[in-house]
Design a protein around this ligand. Structure first.
Ligand code: 5AD
Length: 357
């Protein structure tokens, strides 16, 4: 009976007639967690929905972690400013271009430049770098993930050739946001940045951690309300994983099941969204990435950073950076995906508007 009711809710959600409020979503998330049959139904619907727009294609993004220097002190993050144990680096433009060349040869057509909020990565340096990548790889997408900036900076990066920007909102509840961040950071400013990015014309991505400290089901419900309203082109979610040198070292990790449920629900709420099965998901379970795809995700982001830098970009403990999670492991990733019926493609993998298929 309970299962039937949950299936009905899932159906309503995919038809756009489920109540759009945090309590209702929160309850659904909680109830689904206890009902495996309903979870399977959700994942099936989510896969069908993804297939309507993207078929069985999996898009890959080459992730280049360009700097682990950060001026912020987010309580959950391993590369927070006050973590003295991190050996800090900033990649040179030449090394970054080498990573792109290596990735291009392997079939990557999107490069994601991700970094901490590093004051040394000045606008001038970024514009120069983006222009160089754009010139050498005109058929590739350039995604940035460099945190909160002024409108002018976002605009200059866009004009230089960047197409997409990832800025997770982390949680859509402002009091929860304050529990995860020091007082100088605010959800309000974060959301303003996201609005600006979209206005400028970026394919914009937000997202949150699942199972972060103090998070309630209702908070996750609020995340869904926000996602539905904001209509991002991409959503990055993954489980919170504690990092031993942060204030959140003693909190437990987010769970696989809850992350998969959120992936499935997001796919139904935003049918065209580009949704990665993230590294964090692969880190908490050896088959996490595949399970993410089978719950509605359609993107993977293998690491193209130089090997010696990967172990310095530890946002959380035991972060994957080799095997299928790396540029070198692309063949393994292709096999892994083909075993579950999906095909890794050489494609920019842009967002497809409704009706574009
Ligand atoms: N566990 C999981 N995800 C984390 N991130 C940062 N620290 C952690 C952690 N301990 C995520 C944040 C950030 C993204 C780059 O990595 O959501 O936006």
């Amino acid at each position: 009976m309970k299962t039937e009711k949950l299936k009905e809710d899932i159906q309503k959600l995919s038809q756009g007639c489920f109540p759009d409020d945090k309590e209702a979503y929160g309850k659904l998330i909680g109830d689904l967690g206890e009902n495996e049959k309903a979870q399977q139904y959700l994942f099936e619907k989510a896969r069908e929905t993804a297939a309507l727009t993207y078929g069985n294609k999996i898009y890959i993004r080459g992730l280049i972690e360009i700097s682990n220097i950060c001026k912020n002190n987010c309580y959950y993050c391993g590369i927070r400013k006050d973590n003295r144990k991190v050996s800090r680096y900033r990649l040179s433009p030449e090394i970054i271009l080498e990573c792109c060349r290596y990735g291009y040869d392997k079939g990557f057509r999107t490069f994601v430049l991700q970094g901490g909020e590093d004051p040394g990565l000045t606008d001038e340096k970024m514009v120069d770098l983006i222009s160089k990548i754009h010139r050498e790889f005109p058929d590739c997408g350039i995604t940035l993930s460099l945190g909160e900036k002024e409108r002018e900076s976002y605009q200059r990066f866009f004009d230089a050739g960047a197409d997409r920007y990832l800025l997770r909102h982390e949680t859509a509840d402002s009091s929860h946001y304050r529990k995860l961040h020091p007082p100088e950071l605010s959800l309000h400013h974060r959301m303003e940045c996201l609005e600006i990015l979209k206005e400028i014309g970026y394919q914009t991505g937000c997202g949150c951690m699942i199972g972060s400290p103090y998070q309630t089901e209702e908070n996750l419900g609020q995340d869904l309300v926000y996602l539905k309203r904001f209509q991002p082109h991409m959503v990055g979610i993954g489980p919170f994983i504690s990092q031993k040198d942060t204030p959140f070292r003693d909190f437990s990790n987010g769970t696989l099941t809850r992350t998969l449920i959120m992936l499935g629900l997001i796919r139904l709420l935003l049918p065209q969204v580009l949704l990665p099965a993230t590294t964090a998901l692969g880190t908490i379970h050896p088959r996490g990435r595949e399970m993410g795809i089978l719950a509605g995700a359609n993107v993977v982001m293998p690491n193209l950073s130089p090997r010696e830098n990967r172990k310095k970009y530890l946002l959380y403990d035991n972060k994957l950076g080799t095997g299928e999670e790396s540029g070198e492991g692309l063949e393994l990733l292709k096999q892994q995906m083909s075993r579950i019926g999906y095909e890794v493609v050489t494609d920019r993998g842009d967002y497809k508007e409704k009706g574009m298929v």
